[in-house]
Design a protein around this ligand. Structure first.
Ligand code: ADP
Ligand code: MG
Length: 380
């Protein structure tokens, strides 16, 4: 539900819209592209090409020069799982609307059958629910406001039934969806539309695994004159787009403003994601007066264990749960009564990840040194 204060502010914005403030151009949009992108960049690593293009698009949108009778933007995110496709939309929503959940998310894997198209477009006249025009669409999140664009994500597109996909063509084209009852129209003209799909992910992984058949195909691809001077990324993009063409019709594919193929996450990127996860874990354990620090050996170990092309950062999260959260939770639960604040330092000892607990006020020694010298550990 839109709050009345938001509505009033919107009205106010509309009425007092100067074209310039001082020497600076102002448009109807009240978000700062640079701030938005710096927030997104603080959450998403290793997908810089996509982010750069997204920044260009946001600049165009902010300038309010996009065609008025279309959605603001329609983009498709492709690539392996766990590489940030959904997370980018959450980060964008947080940056623009202040919450990572402030967008309408349609999980397409819940719409696998033909008649599920009605979950989007409402029931036909005469059927139960047709009058209410009930739909999975959350109008307010889709339509946004005068000063902010709405955001919608159709997640895991390849799982949806073709009829469901077909019902989206109009939306992508003219930004309107007429509900089947005919009484209601949902307007997507102030909306950033994102779709994600894992098509081609399986093929990409087969190439990464490097069986003879795939190596040969890769070799032949690079031999073609039009592919000379191209890199591995272009090859993977080509493989993915071929699968996209197999799964979806040209009418559908042609309606996207941009199609991105996301990168695999490499070691360095995984390191950043690990640090970000530890940082957010530290926020969560602050209430117990505890902090966690990984020494370099622990960091290396977790990155090595967490590197997985098939599941991306999702696998790293599993590794963090297994090696960090499980032992940490058991340490914390034993020490809940303690008043003193504790610093846990995780490090490798005899090939095992161990925790050393240091009571604050801090020991004058560097905890990592202490860990090495004393071999002291809570686990052993
Ligand atoms: N490039 C990335 N940068 C930072 N975190 C990431 C990245 N990719 C994945 N993650 C983390 O992994 C989780 C799963 O990523 P998600 O975007 O949902 O994957 P998918 O690409 O399958 O949509 C996210 O919650 C996020 O924390
Ligand atoms: Mg996803």
């Amino acid at each position: 539900m839109t709050f009345i204060t938001t509505k009033l502010k919107d009205l106010n914005d509309r009425q007092q819209q100067p074209a310039h403030q001082g020497n600076r151009l102002v448009t109807r949009f009240r978000f700062d592209v640079r701030q938005v992108m710096s927030h997104v960049r603080s959450k998403i690593f290793g997908q810089e090409e996509t982010l750069r293009r997204l920044e260009e698009m946001l600049n165009i949108i902010w300038s309010d020069i996009t065609e008025p009778d279309r959605p603001l933007y329609v983009a498709l995110f492709l690539g392996p799982t766990g590489v940030g496709k959904t997370e980018i939309v959450r980060a964008l929503s947080e940056a623009i609307h202040g919450s990572p959940e402030a967008f309408c998310r349609i999980d397409m894997n819940t719409l696998t059958q033909e008649h599920y198209a009605a979950a989007l477009t409402g029931a036909p006249p005469g059927y139960v629910g047709s009058k209410e025009g009930t739909s999975l669409f959350q109008m307010e999140k889709i339509e946004g406001s005068y000063s902010k664009p709405g955001i919608i994500l159709f997640d895991e597109l390849e799982k949806a039934n073709d009829q469901v996909i077909y019902s989206l063509l109009n939306v992508m084209d003219n930004g309107l969806m007429v509900m089947t009852s005919g009484e209601k129209v949902i307007n997507f003209r102030n909306t950033l539309i994102f779709m994600t799909s894992n098509v081609g992910a399986k093929e990409i992984i087969d190439y990464a695994d490097g069986g003879f058949k795939y190596s040969l195909r890769k070799f032949l691809w690079f031999l073609q004159p039009s592919h000379w001077r191209k890199g591995e990324k272009d090859f993977l993009r080509d493989v993915t787009l071929k699968q996209l063409e197999k799964r979806f019709s040209p009418e559908f594919i042609n309606r996207f403003d941009d199609i991105f193929v996301f990168n695999w996450l490499h070691q360095e990127v995984l390191g950043y994601i690990l640090d970000m996860n530890v940082q957010s874990l530290n926020h969560r354990i602050q209430k117990y007066n505890c902090q966690l620090r990984l020494d370099e050996s622990a960091r290396k170990f977790l990155i090595k264990e967490g590197l997985n092309k098939r599941y991306g950062a999702r696998f790293l999260k599993r590794i963090i749960r297994k090696y960090i959260e499980v032992p940490l939770a058991s340490q914390i639960s034993q020490r809940l009564q303690g008043e003193t604040s504790l610093l846990f330092v995780a490090g490798m000892q005899n090939g095992k990840l161990n925790f050393l607990a240091i009571e604050e006020p801090k020991s004058s020694k560097d905890p990592e040194l202490l860990l090495k010298e004393t071999g002291q550990s809570l686990n052993s």
